[in-house]
Design a binder for this molecule. Structure first.
Ligand code: UD1
Length: 336
């Protein structure tokens, strides 16, 4: 089976490509390296002994993308390619709408033209906004999003759902990721943006661990949680990657044409718990200071994953401790 992976050199994309290759899928990657490094393809080869077909293309470039659909006989698409910073999207919403929505639209148009009938979409728990019901189930209200980034995830889900209603044999699954962390246990691939500007908790912690920052700012000490810091569901990126294989298999079994699954661990951890675990696992002190809450942050977010467990047979297997060891192992190798 030939799978087109858009954004296949990115953080979650590259780990998913590894899992696909390990399961003998034929993989075609389309990526423009806007948030990844060129050495990723070689790292994928080092891990799997296989080289996916690669096209350096921006998904907003319809004509170039069409050449790929024309040349390759694609059976299914896993669509990661998107800009992903909530904060940047507030500064430049147009860029996010163009890239994330128009890019997806191009893919859907080409899927129709070339009779490709299956797609897995990389959505996010951000679509739940500040849900008061935890653990969060898939039937929770969505769309009350905080950033244009979140809006693009929400709108893409709607676009896919509508499309499956209009076209009888078109099937789509949206996967709502909680907070992806960790790296491949080989230490060869991980979260590695070319601009080296951190945009999530782990990237900040790694900078503190590498002594590139003096301390971590913990946003908020007055949330209604045991230590006052926010709670999130941190999932190992390899577990997340395997969720895409489970979803691909499930596409063929599902009775409806559209479905959505949470991918998380089902466990919530505070920022302080995460810092303490990182310190213990890696034997490194992470100095931190509490600062004001960060605007737009939700208080508590963790998943109810029973739907993915039951229907797709998928479970997160790694612990937060495993993920934090792998994240540091990768960061050390990259630094050295
Ligand atoms: C949110 C979205 C997620 C999106 C991501 C990127 C939700 C539930 N999640 O993640 O879908 O992909 O933004 O835009 O809406 N923190 C600190 N200090 C730091 C950095 C973070 O204390 O320097 C805290 C945050 O307050 C939060 C936790 O760490 O409690 C995780 O933050 P982060 O890694 O930025 O991800 P989210 O904000 O949860």
């Amino acid at each position: 089976m030939k799978v087109l992976v858009t954004g296949g050199t990115g953080f979650i994309g590259s780990h998913t490509v590894v899992e696909l290759l390990n399961k003998n899928y034929e993989v075609i990657i389309v990526d423009n390296y806007c948030n990844s490094k060129r050495n990723v393809l070689h790292k994928i080869y080092q891990i799997t002994g296989k080289s996916p077909t690669f096209y350096e293309i921006n998904i907003c470039d319809f004509n170039s993308l069409e050449k790929v659909f024309k040349k390759e006989k694609i059976d299914a698409v896993i669509h990661f390619a998107a800009l992903k910073s909530g904060a940047d999207s507030i500064k430049d919403p147009g860029l996010y709408y163009t890239n994330n929505i128009e890019g997806t639209y191009n893919i859907l148009k080409l899927m129709k033209k070339y009779s490709v009938k299956k797609i897995i979409f990389s959505s996010s728990a951000t679509v739940y906004g500040d849900s008061q019901n935890v653990p969060i189930k898939e039937n929770e209200t969505i769309g009350n999003v905080i950033s244009p980034y979140g809006m693009t995830k929400y709108l893409t889900e709607l676009l896919l759902e509508n499309k499956t209603k209009q076209t009888n044999d078109f099937k789509a699954i949206s996967l709502r990721y909680f907070n992806p962390i960790g790296a491949h246990p080989s230490g060869l691939i991980g979260e590695d943006s070319p601009d080296n500007i951190p945009n999530n908790l782990i990237l900040y912690i790694l900078k503190v661990a590498k002594k590139e920052l003096p301390y971590l700012k913990v946003f908020g000490n007055d949330y209604r949680t045991p230590d006052g810091s926010g709670i999130r569901d941190y999932i190992h990126v390899v577990d997340l990657a395997k969720g895409h294989i489970a979803a691909l298999n499930y596409l063929d079994k599902m009775k409806t044409n559209y479905d959505v699954f949470n991918l998380g661990t089902g466990k919530g951890h505070t920022v302080i718990e995460l810092i303490k675990t990182f310190e213990k696992e890696n034997d490194i002190k992470i100095p931190y200071q509490f600062v004001e809450r960060r605007p737009g942050d939700v208080e508590i977010s963790y998943a109810d994953c029973s739907k993915a467990n039951k229907l797709m047979g998928w479970y997160a297997e790694f612990s937060m401790a495993d993920a934090l060891r792998d994240a540091w192992n990768f960061a050390k190798k990259t630094r050295d």
